[in-house]
Write a protein that binds this ligand. Structure first.
Ligand code: ATP
Ligand code: MG
Length: 479
């Protein structure tokens, strides 16, 4: 039972050793040494009073009862003080950073115990009684040997015990009695020798603790690298799944227009439409449309591949966002009129220039505008906006359209990620538009935010880093 308790405290202290390492390595080591010493004296509270009682019984033959009672009380009090501090320590299970505080508490407690124990030299010593004197020196000798093994693990506690017992052992033979100076010299040699033994025990324990610390650090490092490798494996698996999904989606998206191209061109080739030129024109128009769709799709996929591989070369230059916005509005105004949608713009005239890639910004706005037009019913409004916030240029598109359900709002940024309402939308896209917008915004160091409520509308905002804002007068002065 006792052994199991010991193991438990080793495990606990190991946790403390590993987790509370804000303290210096030397402090952590001292704390472990103190912990070991206090663990060693935990049984003192039972053993010492018993030992004191046995010694009193032996000395009762020649030492007056009053003195025996005095020493018994003093020694037991000293034991209680020492064991009390040890109990407090294990209850607090202090971190290594508190080592100084605990040494300040434990060192006096050990001194009190050592003095109370060594006071046998005062209360039990009987002049001219060789048996009494020899027995006391023998007990002190054994005590020194025991404290070399037990207390010396922690240097301050070891010093306190050694100095007290050693002084008592060397000075006692000098008292008036049957023993002489020779015994004092012998005691001095013995104390010195035991000090060396204690030193080597302390060194061995220190090495053992350092080894244990290294081992714990190794176990921690192993556990950390396992967590990291698990996470990396999961990321790789997710990437693999995403790649498979991407390929499956892509082949589907490519096959649909290709089938149309092949089907219609085979009909023309077979001369089936020789007598129906207007049908042939209609089919040629469909083939052209599918070809354009295919080209746009391949361009999107190439753009995405470049963005994801981090190889999208930005050709940066100062851009007037207002011009780009007007260009985009012109490009899509026919589609807006056809869909019965009002196109609006809000751009302050003093907006700084944006240092960015023109093609990328046009593509971002085009993708956002075409989404807004696609998902806004007739009578709705699509607004393209740009402004400046804390030195950062923000721009984007808002609409009063279908909105995106909360649970879809992350997915729409993924490759081929589409919201649920698409099923009911005519002119279905491929789901690459927002993924490209996000990739292009990130390539500029910008961020993208989406606010949307089903049935109310959607607003997508790109925020560029302030470093990309250029004051107009600065450019004018430079040119
Ligand atoms: P593509 O742009 O590749 O032709 P897409 O428009 O379907 O296809 P994204 O632009 O990536 O793909 O948009 C992903 C999905 O996000 C859309 O399918 C749609 O469900 C949702 N979405 C995007 N913009 C809006 C919007 N303004 N209003 C409502 N839903 C939107
Ligand atoms: Mg789109």
């Amino acid at each position: 039972m006792h052994q199991r308790k010991g193991e438990c405290s080793v495990v606990l202290s190991r946790a403390a050793f590993a987790s509370r390492d804000q303290a210096s390595p030397e402090d952590r080591l001292s704390m472990e040494q103190l912990r070991l010493t206090l663990r060693n004296i935990r049984t003192n509270i039972v053993v010492i009073p018993l030992l004191v009682a046995i010694i009193c019984a032996i000395f009762a033959r020649w030492v007056p009862r009053a003195q025996l009672v005095m020493w018994f009380s003093i020694a037991v009090t000293g034991t209680v003080v020492q064991a009390g501090v040890a109990t407090l320590f294990f209850r607090a299970d202090p971190p290594a950073a508190q080592i100084r505080k605990w040494l300040l508490l434990c060192t006096p407690a050990f001194l009190v115990f050592a003095l109370s124990w060594a006071s046998m030299g005062v209360f039990l010593w009987v002049d001219h009684n060789i048996l009494d004197n020899a027995l006391i020196l023998l007990i002190l000798g054994c005590t020194i040997a025991a404290s070399a093994a037990v207390s010396s693990v922690s240097l301050p506690l070891g010093i306190v015990s050694f100095v007290t017992y050693g002084t008592a052992m060397v000075l006692l033979p000098l008292r008036e009695g049957e023993l002489n100076d020779g015994v004092a010299v012998m005691a001095m040699f013995y104390v010195t020798y035991m000090a060396f033994v204690a030193r080597s025990i302390r060194k061995t324990t220190r090495d053992m603790l350092l080894l244990r610390d290294d081992k714990n650090e190794l176990i921690d490092a192993l556990a950390r690298s396992k967590v990291e490798s698990d996470a990396a494996r999961m990321r790789a698996e997710a990437a693999n799944r995403a790649k498979s999904e991407f390929l499956a989606n892509m082949s589907h998206e490519l096959r649909t227009p290709l089938n149309a191209i092949l089907g219609f061109s085979e009909m023309i080739q077979g001369g089936m439409l020789a007598t129906k030129p207007e049908r042939a024109i209609e089919y040629a128009r469909l083939i052209h449309g599918s070809g354009q769709h295919l080209l746009a799709l391949i361009n999107d996929i190439l753009d995405l591949a470049k963005i994801e591989a981090g190889r999208f070369d930005l050709r940066e230059e100062p851009l007037d966002l207002e011009d780009i916005i007007d260009e985009n509005l012109q490009q899509l105004s026919a589609a807006a009129i056809a869909g019965g949608i009002r196109l609006a713009r809000s751009v302050p005239s003093d907006l700084p220039l944006l240092y960015a890639d023109q093609r990328a910004i046009k593509q971002i706005l085009l993708n956002l505008l075409s989404n807004a037009l696609k998902f806004t019913p007739p009578g709705g409004t699509v607004r393209i906006f740009a402004d400046e916030d804390d030195g950062a240029i923000r721009f984007g598109v808002s609409d009063t359209g279908a909105g995106i359900a909360d649970e879809d709002q992350d997915r729409v940024f993924e490759n081929f990620g589409q919201g649920r309402h698409d099923v009911a939308t005519a002119g279905k896209g491929t789901g690459l538009g927002l993924a490209i917008v996000k990739g292009l915004a990130h390539a500029h160091g910008g961020t993208i935010t989406l606010e949307s409520r089903v049935g109310v509308g959607t607003c997508v905002t790109i925020t560029m880093p302030p470093a990309r804002s250029l004051a107009r007068n600065m450019i004018a002065a430079a040119s």
